[in-house]
Write a protein that binds this ligand. Structure first.
Ligand SMILES: [Zn+2]
Length: 163
């Protein structure tokens, strides 16, 4: 990810009161916690401060800060969920590309360094032209609630065997 200015902005907004991801896990699926989906060991939430519409976070349900802390099972489920999230964004947003990545550790710019998470940011041709101008004023074409409502139906259907 190449938006260090944006990361500083995001980090100022996060109040370090417990772990928001663990709270989202405890709250379960719902807009209140921006939690879209919970698998067995992995989960999917909306980024509260999106860089682009549809900005998702894929993360382990367990509070761990490094890829090296993941079990084999967690690693596999996280990778599968990354793929499902990407498929959902393609279907719902028809985007032309993605930025997918992890900032591991506070020195890397991670906003919540103690709970590992992948960013998946949908990209469209031309969005870099207006983003540097608009990002700091938080102009978004879509509200978080709209994003949530658009993506939730997709994840309701992906593993009916668990419901
Ligand atoms: Zn946590």
């Amino acid at each position: 990810m190449s938006r260090p200015d944006r990361y500083r902005y995001v980090r100022r907004l996060i109040v370090p009161e417990g772990c928001v991801f663990c709270k989202a896990r405890e709250t379960g699926v719902g807009f209140e916690s921006l939690n879209l989906y919970m698998g067995e060991t992995a989960m999917l939430v909306l980024n509260k401060y999106p860089y682009n519409n549809g900005h998702l976070l894929v993360l382990p349900q367990r509070h761990v800060g490094s890829l090296l802390d993941l079990s084999e099972k967690e690693s596999l489920e996280l990778y599968a969920l990354l793929r499902k999230a990407q498929a959902a964004l393609l279907k719902v947003y028809n985007c032309s590309g993605f930025n997918i990545g992890i900032n591991q550790g506070a020195v890397s710019g991670a906003g919540i360094p103690d709970h590992l998470h992948w960013h998946i940011v949908p990209r469209w041709a031309g969005d870099t032209n207006f983003f540097p101008i608009l990002a700091e004023t938080k102009v978004q074409a879509e509200s978080l609630e709209q994003t949530y409502e658009r993506l939730l139906p997709y994840f309701r259907g992906i593993d009916d065997d668990q419901r």
